[in-house]
Every structure is written in C-alpha cells, then in structure tokens.
Write a protein that binds this ligand. Structure first.
Ligand code: DX5
Ligand code: ZN
Length: 222
C-alpha cells in the first residue's frame, strides 16, 4: 500500500520538519490539496508553498486540484514540481482534453470523484487514467468522517479495472485511519491519503508504517 500524507493537516508553522518527518517515513508520496474557494468552500495554499515543499521533499508530489476549470493551471503545477496530478470530474467540462494535457505534460494523470459521482461515469476514459481518486469525504476540509459507501465504490471501480485489464491505480482520500485501511486494501485500494491520522498522531512515522502494512491500531473503534 502506498501512503500519501496530506500536508493540509501538517503544522504550517514548522512545515520544514513535517516534510522531513515524511521523508524519513515509509510514505510513498506527498499529497497536496489545492483549493480555489469556488469548487470547494475553502482556500488552502498555492504555488509559493508548493515550491517550498518541492525543495525539500524526497518523494514525488501528488497534487489534488479542487479547482474549477483546472486546465488553466496544469502546466504551472507541473513546473512547480507535481509528478501526479488529479483533476475533479465535476470541475472539467472537457475531461478528455484535461487528461490529454496531463499526458502531454508527462505527469501521472488522475481523475477525482466526489462522493455523489458514480464510478461508471469513467467507463469511456478509464483506459487513459493512471489513477482514480475516490473522495471518501466531501472535499474541502481535513479531519472529516469516512463515508462508508466509498468501500462499495472502490469495489466497483476495481472490477471495472480488472475487466479491462487496465493498469489504473485506485487512491482513496478522506477520513482514512488504521481502522478502515485494512478494509480499503481488501476492496482494492493502492494508495491511501491520510491527513489527520498522520499529523495528529503521537508517532506519525509509526502511523505511516501501520497504514502501509494496513495494520489496525489497538483500540481502533469501527
Ligand atoms: C479533503 C482533502 C484531503 C484531506 C484529507 O478535501 O482532499 O486530502 O486533507 O484529510 P483527512 O485524512 O484528515 O480526512
Ligand atoms: Zn486530497
């Protein structure tokens, strides 16, 4: 399981040491949430912060764009250091064009789905995607409760991928913890995003390892 700690939950007053912690851990990616205050009711951070992270990050940056009409900024995000970029299905009128642009920019191309968007809407584009990001909370904020129905969505997406013999990876984002990680793995998830679970942990490096092996923390309430 690849773990992508979500920097949104980090302590920004000591961002450098939070990045070093992730560098020293079993995490595979840095997850960066970009919010425009239009697509989602929140504003996060932008290029200057991302470029600062890129300078010291020892792992690839996975950039989740919660932005309307993201085509306007894709090249800038690539230039700022993104290796993986996901755009929202709900924010792209011409999704095929957005995905082709990501491919041209030679980054891993992903589509994120809000909780209400069914996976079958990806039927005609799945073969072009390096990954699909299933939102297991409504996007906009860290620390929300996992929507249980997301497990069923992952299972359906996994069978679509297997039917096509595609290489598309499945990423899940929102409310992930050491209690639901084993269930998500079983359902077919490849990448787990975790914000609060990692950054509010007393031992974040161990929590990242526990998530990576999908080991349930003692006393986890389901
Ligand atoms: C929510 C973001 C998530 C968020 C996850 O809109 O896309 O990446 O930071 O945070 P947790 O793991 O705390 O739900
Ligand atoms: Zn995210």
């Amino acid at each position: 399981m690849i773990i992508a700690p979500s920097i949104l939950s980090a302590d920004f007053s000591r961002l450098g040491s939070e990045i070093e912690m992730v560098n020293s851990s079993a995490a595979g990616l840095f997850h960066l949430d970009i919010m425009d205050g239009m697509f989602v009711p929140n504003i996060s951070y932008g290029f200057p912060v991302m470029e600062a992270i890129k300078k010291i990050a020892a792992k690839p940056l996975d950039v989740h764009l919660m932005v309307m009409d993201p085509d306007r900024y894709l090249e800038r995000f690539r230039d700022a250091g993104a290796s993986w970029i996901s755009v929202h299905y709900e924010a792209c009128t011409h999704l095929h064009r957005s995905i082709q642009l990501l491919k041209k920019l030679e980054v891993k191309a992903g589509v994120a789905l809000n909780p209400h968007t069914p996976v079958h809407l990806l039927e005609d584009i799945l073969d072009d995607l390096d990954f699909v990001l299933i939102m297991s909370v409504n996007p906009g904020f860290g620390g929300q409760r996992f929507i249980e129905r997301s497990l069923e969505k992952v299972r359906r997406l996994k069978s679509m991928i297997l039917e096509r013999n595609a290489k598309t990876l499945i990423e899940v984002d929102g409310g992930v913890d050491t209690g639901n990680a084993p269930l998500l793995k079983q359902a077919g998830v490849d990448i787990l995003v975790a914000g609060n679970t990692v950054f509010r942990s007393a031992d974040p490096v161990k929590t990242i390892s526990d998530l990576a092996v999908c080991q349930e923390a003692p006393g986890t309430v389901k």
